[in-house]
Design a protein around this ligand. Structure first.
Ligand SMILES: C[S@@+](CC[C@H](N)C(=O)[O-])C[C@H]1O[C@@H](n2cnc3c(N)ncnc32)[C@H](O)[C@@H]1O
Length: 549
């Protein structure tokens, strides 16, 4: 809070509104100097953004901390004078910002919001964020020819629209084509994209509607050798958000469900997902365009959403109102589609994040705003899924009481005895040389000294190797992919080595004899395994949910 008197503040606010702020001018001048034309305070755009890039539909707002209610939960208590005037006024501003975000997003705009002080202190990082967004939006708008692969067939495709979801639309359509109610959301665009693929791949032929239909039915756009094909006569439908490599999907397919929509924006995770399920996930779930492809009716919403306070879209109003967070997107989807069950997974620390505020807000939204009945519990893969990995995660299961009458019978699965050891998971044969530490490696002497046992998994910690006393694998994390020595280590008959990506997937319950690890670099595969869920644990919880539907 500043030290102004009420009168000084009023003047400052008025001048803020009348002329551009210092922060706004810094951004505008630098962007112009770097060749990014835009208009300032363009009234023809809803909400009059401080900077508007109309061609690519990018709106940038620079918000004054006081005026727009930064950390409102705390700051409102700091307003000591003239509360009756300022509190409702600022609340209206916050509401207005929210409406502007909503309306512009619906109109296809991308919005970036910055706090004034953030721009004044870290102008360069804000400029780079804006430039990144400009570049990616420009990419989407320019015409590109790209190559798309369906199984072992390749198609050229011309991308001219911001929505380059062609492959996702086509694969989702094909998976759901037997269910007219679900597939209707994909049908029109699937036919359009199939026609584009064919027109660019067979330029000498005239592509008629019959030819497109024939191509769709003949399996030209499908992969015949999918390890995990959709189930016939599914018992229920689910959607897979923040899908990663499909830990939820595998579990719920095993329980007889059909996935009718998936979203995952990471290219490498999409590759792994597609190789196993033949469904290409849609991209950024914060985009209205992407959310619009979710079929209206489905039973279960699954989401292992990242615990991140702010979405890349640049909304960042703090967690007191969840907007700007990825949970906000889940909330919007639940509100619109009203699934019977919402099933979320996150790191155990979600409960203590921001002194418990984040978790409290999530529960309040699910229970009070959306009217769901919520159950949550921290479970460990080691104690609850007979998987020798020490991995604690929080699981949140929320039921719509109107659609699941006996929801109160729900309980989380009980502990089960850990009978598997790391040797049930580790490969016994010699692995590729790249996984072994050579005797010349600078860490080898330390590793050789500490790593004396073959039934223990170790971890490199700065300058020493730590033994995991309980003879299970330590929590696999996404930063294993960051290279270095984050991957757990073992001693086998052939030397000291890192776990292989395949073993990491096995420690997450993936049936690695069938699950395809595509030919992408190991660092990405480690990250995917660490980011994923223990799929057998999700299946145990999922069984308890499905039994109540
Ligand atoms: C914790 S991981 C979930 C992994 C998943 N449960 C699994 O079994 O593999 C979160 C995933 O969300 C994805 N993600 C983050 N932001 C996203 C967004 N805006 N749209 C779509 N996916 C997003 C990340 O790329 C990451 O793969």
């Amino acid at each position: 809070m500043d030290n102004l008197t009420a009168e000084q503040r009023r003047k400052s606010m008025q001048s803020n509104k009348a002329v551009g702020t210092k922060a706004e001018i810094i951004l505008s001048k630098t962007l112009l100097a770097r060749g990014h034309k835009h208009r300032r305070n363009d009234k023809s755009v809803y909400g009059t953004p401080d900077l508007a890039f109309k061609k690519i539909k990018l709106a940038v707002f620079v918000d004054g901390e006081f005026w727009h209610g930064k950390d409102w939960g705390k700051q409102k208590n700091n307003i000591k004078s003239n509360q009756a005037y300022w509190i409702p006024k600022i609340k209206r501003n916050i509401q207005r910002d929210y409406e502007v975000n909503e309306k512009l997003t619906k109109e296809g705009w991308t919005i970036l919001r910055f706090w004034s002080k953030e721009v004044e202190k870290e102008a360069l990082s804000c400029i780079l964020k804006i430039e990144n967004e400009i570049n990616s939006l420009k990419m989407n708008f320019t015409e590109r020819i790209s190559l798309n692969t369906f199984g072992d067939k390749q198609f050229k495709v011309r991308l001219v629209e911001p929505d380059n979801s062609g492959k996702a639309i086509l694969t989702h359509y094909l998976h759901n084509s037997e269910d007219k109610k679900i597939s209707k959301i994909y049908k029109k665009n699937a036919i359009k994209y199939a026609k584009e693929f064919l027109a660019y791949s067979y330029p000498q032929d005239t592509i008629t509607s019959e030819a497109v239909n024939e191509a769709l039915q003949s399996g030209l756009f499908s992969n015949e050798r999918i390890p995990f094909p959709p189930k016939k006569n599914p018992k229920f439908h689910f959607i897979d958000l923040f899908a990663g490599v499909g830990g939820f999907r595998l579990a719920f397919q095993n329980l007889g469900g059909q996935c009718v929509y998936s979203s995952e924006w990471n290219k490498d995770a999409q590759t792994t997902y597609y190789a196993n399920f033949d469904d290409f996930p849609f991209g950024d779930i914060t985009k209205e365009l992407i959310k619009n492809y979710i079929p209206q009716k489905f039973d279960i919403l699954c989401a292992g959403f990242p615990c991140q306070a702010f979405s890349i879209a640049g909304y960042r109003k703090g967690f007191t109102d969840t907007r700007g967070t990825l949970f906000f997107d889940i909330e919007q989807i639940v509100e619109k589609h009203r699934p019977k069950v919402v099933f979320l997974e996150n790191v155990k620390n979600l409960v203590s994040h921001d002194k418990g505020q984040t978790f409290k807000t999530i529960l309040e939204i699910l229970e009070e705003k959306l009217g769901y009945k919520v159950f949550h519990k921290v479970l460990n893969s080691m104690t609850h899924a007979n998987m020798p990995q020490n991995r604690e995660r929080i699981f949140i299961v929320a039921f719509d009481p109107k659609q699941v009458k006996n929801y109160d019978k729900f309980n989380f699965p009980k502990e089960i005895k850990l009978t598997k050891t790391i040797h049930d998971i580790l490969d016994q044969e010699k692995q590729d040389d790249k996984y072994y530490y050579s005797k010349n490696h600078p860490y080898f002497p330390e590793l050789d000294k500490t790593m004396t046992k073959k039934d223990t998994v170790y971890q490199w910690r700065r300058i020493y190797a730590r033994e995991n006393k309980n003879n299970v694998c330590p929590t696999l994390t996404a930063n294993m992919g960051a290279g270095g020595h984050n991957v757990p280590l073992i001693r086998d008959d052939f030397g000291i080595r890192k776990l292989t990506p395949r073993e990491c997937f096995a420690f997450q319950g993936y049936p690695v004899d069938k699950f395809v690890l595509p030919p992408i670099v190991d660092s990405k595969l480690y990250m995917q395994a660490g980011n994923s869920v223990t799929t057998t644990l999700v299946e145990r919880i999922g069984k308890k949910i499905v039994d109540l539907l």
